[in-house]
Design a protein around this ligand. Structure first.
Ligand SMILES: [Zn+2]
Length: 151
């Protein structure tokens, strides 16, 4: 008996790549699934790191131990760029879109990169305050992006 054909791929709307958590990043993705940002923190010196690493960049401990710290998801825009040409077909419908480097409030130099939504390119300013929101890419898998804080 021949194998059952799978559903034909949707060439007009190809799926976006889904993050695959590994040992170092699982806590981050578990938090985003709950609409929270959790940042890897060193249990020796308290240094926060993103993206997750296997060695503390604060104290370079030879016996690293980490915990996940839920942070506010708030920060300020330190840099940004606008993507006008999709490198992957899955993002073709999104262009142009803006990607920002956001310095989270919890620690100087703690940078997270994500799309910036709900603002026109001409209105983006250096140090503008933003907060994280979450886009569900598939069931239980959410990716953070940032939106302006308008208070
Ligand atoms: Zn450390």
């Amino acid at each position: 008996m021949p194998p059952t054909p799978s559903a034909a791929p949707d060439r007009a709307h190809p799926p976006k790549p889904i993050p695959v958590p590994d040992e170092a990043s699982a806590g981050f993705w578990e938090a985003t699934a709950r609409n929270e940002l959790a940042i890897q923190g060193c249990q020796h010196c308290g240094h926060l790191m993103h993206p997750p690493r296997t060695m503390c960049t604060g104290c370079q401990s030879t016996k690293p131990a980490f915990e996940w710290k839920v942070v506010s998801g708030r920060g300020r825009v330190r840099s940004w760029t606008t993507i006008r040409q999709a490198l992957l077909p899955a993002f073709a419908a999104d262009v142009p879109y803006t990607v920002a480097m956001v310095e989270l409030y919890e620690q100087a130099g703690l940078i997270m990169t994500g799309q910036l939504h709900d603002i026109d390119l001409a209105d983006i300013t250096l140090d503008m305050p933003v907060r994280a929101e979450y886009t569900e890419l598939s069931q239980g898998v959410k990716v953070p992006h940032f939106v302006p804080v308008t208070t």
